[in-house]
Design a protein around this ligand. Structure first.
Ligand code: PGA
Length: 246
């Protein structure tokens, strides 16, 4: 269960979030819990998560290790800040910052080399879905991105299916729509890496996941977890998503 805070919260606000969130998930055992704050809050989040099962992730990285790349942050820098995960290829990065399947692939390589677990996002636009192109778009994003990894690399990747029309819009994909897209992605994984890899890869659903819809989404066996934006900003709401079974 991963929270993507996007461009929200200061270090002080990060501290207050964790004070409330920590006790609410202290007994949670069944899943990994990841918070991805802005870069400026990674240190505060790592400090606040010390001694808990909560892990911290970044929302992006650049593929070079260091160099004259003003404004960028590298995998080794993120790892040295004690984050364990990094979101790659989020649709907001693809839409507003020109990321492509090719840059996503480079970033995945850089993340793995730095010892970070990449959470790689794929998902179709509304116009793709309306034109019946969802499967084709997902297959292409997979084929040009994650499916170019070798078996050993692929085994370390988490995938997030995020239909772009459902992100921040309050329009969640129905559990059935989400599961069908997950099946498409898992099918691509199966044809490339085989049955075991398809069974083992974790595919998260993202797009307006809330405390009141998480249970029906997670009831789909295809859905292994959630990547949560808006609802991860509030400690009580994200904790109730994490603890949806109780
Ligand atoms: P949302 O964002 O939950 O606010 O729709 C999800 C995401 O963009 O990862």
């Amino acid at each position: 269960m991963a929270g993507n805070w996007k461009m929200y919260k200061t270090p002080a606000e990060t501290g207050s979030f964790f004070e409330k969130f920590r006790p609410l998930v202290a007994a949670t055992q069944y899943c990994e819990i990841v918070i991805c704050p802005p870069f400026t809050n990674i240190a505060a989040a790592v400090e606040a998560a010390r001694g808990t099962r909560i892990q911290v992730g970044a929302q992006n990285l650049y593929w070079a290790k260091e160099g004259a790349f003003t404004g960028e942050v590298s995998g080794p820098m993120i790892r040295a800040a004690a984050a364990a995960y990094v979101i790659i290829g989020h649709s907001e990065r693809r839409q507003y910052f020109g990321e492509t399947d090719a840059t996503v692939l480079k970033k995945i390589g850089a993340a793995l080399e730095a010892g970070l677990t990449p959470i790689v996002c794929v998902g179709e636009l509304l116009e793709h879905r309306e034109a019946g192109q969802t499967d084709a778009v997902l297959s292409e994003q997979c084929c040009e991105g994650i499916l170019r990894l070798d078996d050993r690399e692929f085994a370390q990747v988490v995938i997030a299916y995020e239909p772009v029309w459902a992100i921040g819009t309050g329009k969640t994909a129905t559990p059935e729509i989400a599961a069908a897209a997950h099946r498409t992605i898992r099918g691509e994984v199966r044809s490339r890496y085989g049955e075991d890899a398809a069974g083992q890869v974790r595919i998260l659903y993202g797009g307006s996941v809330k405390p009141d819809n998480v249970r029906s989404l997670m009831a789909q066996t295809e859905i292994d977890g959630a990547l949560v934006g808006g609802a991860s900003l509030d400690p009580v709401s994200f904790a109730s998503i994490v603890n949806f079974q109780s």
